[in-house]
Structure formats: structure tokens, C-alpha cells
Design a protein around this ligand. Sequence first.
Ligand code: SF4
Length: 371
Amino acid sequence: MIPGAAEYGIDLQLADDDIEQLLSVSPADVPAAPELSFARNVFVPLTTACRYTCTYCTYYDPPGQAELMAPEEIRETCRRGATAGCTEALFTFGDDPDDRYTAVHEQLAAWGHDSIHTYLREACEIALEEGLLPHSNPGDQTREQMATVADVNASMGVMLETTADVQAHGGPRAKNPGQRLNTLDVAGQLDVPFTTGILVGIGEDWRARAESVLAIAAMHERHGHIQEVIVQPVVENDRWDGGTPDLATMRRVTALARAGLPEDVSVQVPPNLAPARELVDCGIDDLGGVSPVTVDHINPEYEWPALPELRAIAEHAGVALHERLPVYERFLDDDRWLSGRIETALDRDDGHGQRFRAVRDRGENPVPADD
Ligand code: SF4
């Protein structure tokens, strides 16, 4: 049983045979994807407050030190991103700041908000005004919290990371795999195209990796809403000296993800964290979001590759590279997945709409990438 699943009413039966079969997969068993995609984004770390203290994470700041981006700063960051040709505003959070973050809550109240989620809605509105499509990754969410922002996001996400109970999530306020799966389930119930992923090397074993992939696959079979699964290695940083998975591990786990997920779910590796060039034959078809204007605020020591590096990865693999929107093509032609707000943004009759349509139709983004 997945820890916390019963508590959140998540009924997932993963068959032992399926797990064993997945554990036997090697890179030679999966086909290489015929093309690779990427998105251009601007990273907007709305708050660094987080109720948890995962031992590999440098993103969160303790109470008293956590930051909350002001509306003007959000607008200025989004404007710079749109000017640089980005299509996505990637909003990140720590998980729901708890009562210890008095300064954050007082600031939110001063700006007219009683929760970080209503503030996220305001931030998404700003991104839409400035010509970007929001993709929010605000940690675990209840149905009510996600419903607050679902219609102003083109897609959303949360990393499942693992179905295992691991020390790296330890402490008095440990993250709960059942709660993460509940967030995935809520996204499906609300018809939100969703990104999730597994974090490799935080103390989970191979069986947990297979279980995690199969749990995501089961959620997708239930709702059809998972657009991509990120296979992300944990990396060394100021808080984590527990090592990073070696290439053989990354190759096997990437192939395992490809083999265990339905074909219509993309498999992504982040090219600033994983050896993407050595993983393209293991079934990946996406290189994630990269930003010409902001750093990876979750892994600030690991610089985004520029577009020529992504092209070099694709050339090395002998496949085409194309830019995509933060919501994948296969969700764009079905009203179920796009709110009226997002459809209006995609169809807007100005340079921003032109940029979205060019990327959507696989033409040239009218704003060239900064080579
Ligand atoms: S990984 Fe996410 S949930 Fe864990 S401490 Fe960092 S921001 Fe919080």
C-alpha cells in the first residue's frame, strides 16, 4: 500500500506482475522518440515559504526569511519573458506556507488575500495580461485550492517524486505520497492538463521507482490528463550531499518510465540536471522548459542550456527539435482541457497571440531565441 493513500482515499491497486515486468526493462527495450520538444518559460518563484523541509531542497526559506514576490515584480518578470519570446509563466511555490510564516501571511493580508492560492490567481491574471500562459506548480492542493486557479492556467503540475516513505522527506512535517497522488487525482477531476515526475536518488529503491511510474500511469488511465512525466535526478547542493544517480541508473530509470507510461504521456529530462544527450535513446521526447531570462530558482547552481545546446542534443540523436507551449498539442483541440480564459489568450489578436499560434502550429516563434 502506498503510504498515505488510504488517508486521502486513493485506491490504487498496482499488480506485482506489472512491477516485476517494469523492473526488467532496459534502455534497449524502448524505442527512441522521433522528435524532441522544449518550451520557453519565465520562472516566477511566487513564494519561498514551504511547510516542509525536504533535505535535498534549497528552494525553501525558513520563517522570517521567506520571500513573496510583489505584483509589480511579477508583472515586470512576465513582461521581460514575453518580450524574450517566452510562452510560459512558470509559477513555483513551496508547499502551502503554514502558520509559522507570519510575515508572509501578513503581507498577503496587506495585499488583500487570505491565502497564497488567491494570490496565485492574481499572479496568473498578470501573466495573462502580459502575454504569457500560466503553468503553476504550487505543491499539494486540495480540490478547492486547485479550483481557485484552474481556469487561469494552461496546465499545472506537481512532482510525485516517489511513492516511498523516504528519510529525505523526514522531519515533523514530512511530505506524504498519498497527498501527492490526491493532487494528481484532483487535477484529473478538474480537467487540468498536468505535469508530474519522479525524483531519482532520494533514498527510494527500484521497486518504488516502478511503483511511482505505475501509479502515475494509473492516474492517467483514470482521467487522461497527464501530459508529461519528468525524470529528474537529485543533485548536489548546499543542503544535499547524498550524491546524484549515475548514468547507468538514469538510463535504466528513464527507460523504465517510458515503458511504464502510456504512449500519449511525454517523458522529459531536465537538461540542466540530467545528461540529456546520453538519455535520448531511452525514450525521452521532451527537454522541458528553459528560460532565456530567469535562472532555475529550484536548482540555481545549474544553469539552463541555451537553445544551441538543445539543438545539439537533438542533432546528436538525429531527430527534429520543436518549440511547444506549456500545454501539449494533444490537449489543444479538445474543449475539455482549455478554459475560456486560456482559449481567449491563445486567440488574442496581437503579437502575443501571434507568438502562441506560431508555436502551436510549429512555425517559427516570431521572437528568435537568444542564441
Ligand atoms: S522540495 Fe518542495 S515540498 Fe520539499 S521543501 Fe522544497 S519546496 Fe518544500
